[in-house]
Design a protein around this ligand. Sequence first.
Ligand SMILES: NC(=O)c1ccc[n+]([C@@H]2O[C@H](COP(=O)([O-])OP(=O)(O)OC[C@H]3O[C@@H](n4cnc5c(N)ncnc54)[C@H](OP(=O)(O)O)[C@@H]3O)[C@@H](O)[C@H]2O)c1
Length: 381
Amino acid sequence: MLSQPPPYAELPPTHRALYLKSQSEAPTIETLPTPQPTPGSAVVRILTANVLSYARDIYNGKRSYNYATPLVPGVSAIARIAAVGPDATTLSPGDLVLIDVTIRGRDDPSAVFLLGISEGHSVGSRKLMHGEWRNGTYAEYAKIPLENCIPLPSPLLATTEEGGLGYTIEDLAHIPKLLVPFGGLRDIDIKVGETVVVSPATGAFGGAAVQVAVAMGARVIAMGRDSTKLSALKDRFKRSQVETVTMSGDVETDTAALRAFGPSDAFFDISPPAAAGSTHIKSGILALRHGGRVSLMGGIRDDVSIPHSTVMHGNLRIQGKWMYEREDIFALLKLVQRGNLKLTEGAGMVTVGAFPLEEWEKAFDLAAQKAGMGEMVLIMP
Ligand SMILES: NC(=O)c1ccc[n+]([C@@H]2O[C@H](COP(=O)([O-])OP(=O)(O)OC[C@H]3O[C@@H](n4cnc5c(N)ncnc54)[C@H](OP(=O)(O)O)[C@@H]3O)[C@@H](O)[C@H]2O)c1
């Protein structure tokens, strides 16, 4: 693990990267020219890059994500700045940064794509990914927009004796997973003391949503299919912070189970595509109070049935959210820095595997089995 900034006198002419020529071929490790800093960018040395539970299916085409190829895959990461473009004002070589994968057009912020995984949904977002910002983080070096290099406050890594939080680079890799649900929860303005239903609460992002909502001061009703996982989740929190409801698949039963805790203020969903036919979204909406809010962050591709009359008569607000806003990152870092959000094993955050670049396949396989609630698989190039 690199904890001290190495000297970045100059970038090496070449570096190693995972390289995906097309979705029909497995990626290979290649030696490529090292990216060079240009105005508006930094070149970073990747220390650790996260692996999504569905990484394999994104890169073999099973998940039908659209992205530019050939491509260096790879998503959120922790890195050190190696070199900066001439217009950098605060970032400098050696700085520890979080790589935010949400890249927006500078002249059109609605042109959004996700570094290394999705070209987004507009002509502008496609132009950005297919052109200047094609390559992701499964590499020794990556070129990243300056504004996507988020400086990590030094107390995060400083030891507790030094007055810091004593986190490792691996611990910090949990931050991007927490950021995703924070974007949706903040978008529907979750307030201290409110009750929010989170579903499904037993996955990687759902588990993170529970943790984040509690840190924001909410009471959570965690909804999921697996009662064993739900009770393990509840055990991590103080009494009354988290309640659980096991999905039965029957709308009325599940709505009544949620309502047993009183009407909820908000419903947050981050279902995978496989949950398209599940009834839990309807139950979550039916359990809301008058004026309740809904955040839909799931990856469901099909249409979902909504209780229209309840939404209309109940003045309910349904909002979709893709990722998070830039200011959300700084707000979440404050929660981490103040200790409201903990990145420790005691708080359920575990790195289940860390692999060198060459072992990317093992990383993808492990992530498919074990990158669930609180779990993290990393590639450390
Ligand atoms: N909006 C955004 O910005 C954003 C960002 C990132 C990800 N996402 C989406 O979030 C989704 C979830 O990602 P993840 O990494 O958390 O996935 P994950 O770790 O695989 O978790 C999936 C969760 O869904 C549950 N589930 C699976 N099939 C279900 C079904 N048929 N009915 C009800 N629940 C079901 C699982 O329950 P069990 O524990 O019972 O198996 C588990 O809780 C992804 O598919 C992605 O598209 C959205």
